[in-house]
Design a protein around this ligand. Structure first.
Ligand code: SAM
Length: 243
């Protein structure tokens, strides 16, 4: 929780009614903790709500259970939406977006929404990712064909594809003006999916970062969902050739 404290304190200091969205929230455990620690007592009086927390989750039974729990606890500014992230109704303005282990490209849907809705902060811990591994199949980077050895075998392709996906996610945040920190969430004994990507918006955009991102996409001939959603194209035509 210490990793999210600076973002929570920042949005509470700078916005009268900040909106926190937890995407792919499951049982909404993270939302309950954030609400309890930072939002529950933030309202100076009941007529001046200070902050809402929206949990978006695809499985209705989880949303229903979490909504009932919030009602029992009197957490009136916790909201719940059952939706696939691709079709979710996002708040017009998001101040902090979190997505913990949102499966496969759900992390991309969450990050795209954060960027499009002006989130001041993002914190995502990606889950398994298969899309880029599939896009890498049969590719060989022309800039340096020996790099193709990094993903020749299916096992390596899966691992490298997952790594490349998260590199692209971090670079995309940078291209859209975020200062990015990549670190570990917890000890490896608790989870193998342990990469925490934190972003804090400091500019509207960064053209140099975008150029580097486009070059990387072009070098490997990939275009993951996040870049498609945001209209970021690989540099040049496909600069890869079949093995
Ligand atoms: C591994 S669980 C993590 C739950 C929670 N974030 C946590 O850390 O405890 C992933 C959750 O994301 C939900 N999910 C996956 N893809 C989704 C999507 N595209 N739209 C909405 N929810 C999704 C799943 O139903 C599941 O509850």
């Amino acid at each position: 929780m210490g990793l999210l404290r600076p973002a929570m304190e920042d949005i509470l200091a700078r916005h009268p009614s900040p909106v926190v969205v937890d995407a792919g929230s499951g049982n909404a455990y993270l939302g309950f903790i954030l609400y309890e620690l930072f939002l529950k007592d933030a309202a100076p009086d009941k007529d001046a709500p200070a902050g809402t927390l929206l949990s978006i989750e695809g499985r209705p039974e989880l949303t229903d259970r979490a909504r009932e729990r919030a009602q029992r606890l009197g957490f009136t500014r916790m909201q719940f939406q059952t939706a696939h992230l691709e079709a979710a109704t996002w708040p017009e303005r998001i101040h902090l977006l979190t997505a913990l282990h949102a499966c496969d490209t759900a992390t991309d849907d969450a990050l795209a929404a954060a960027i499009q809705h002006g989130a001041d902060h993002v914190a995502v811990v990606p889950c398994c990712q298969a899309e880029v591994a599939a896009q890498l199949k049969g590719k060989r980077p022309e800039v340096d064909t020996s790099l193709g050895m990094l993903f020749q075998h299916p096992w390596h392709r899966r691992e490298f594809g997952s790594h490349l996906t998260n590199v692209i996610r971090a670079m995309t945040l940078e291209a859209f003006g975020y200062q990015v920190t990549v670190t570990e969430l917890t000890g490896w004994e608790h989870s193998l999916k342990n990469e925490l990507i934190l972003g804090r918006r400091v500019h509207k955009e960064s053209r140099p970062a975008r150029a580097k991102l486009e070059a990387l996409l072009g070098s490997f001939g990939v275009q993951p969902k996040l870049t498609r959603l945001l209209g970021v194209e690989p540099a040049g035509a496909t600069r890869t050739s079949p093995v």
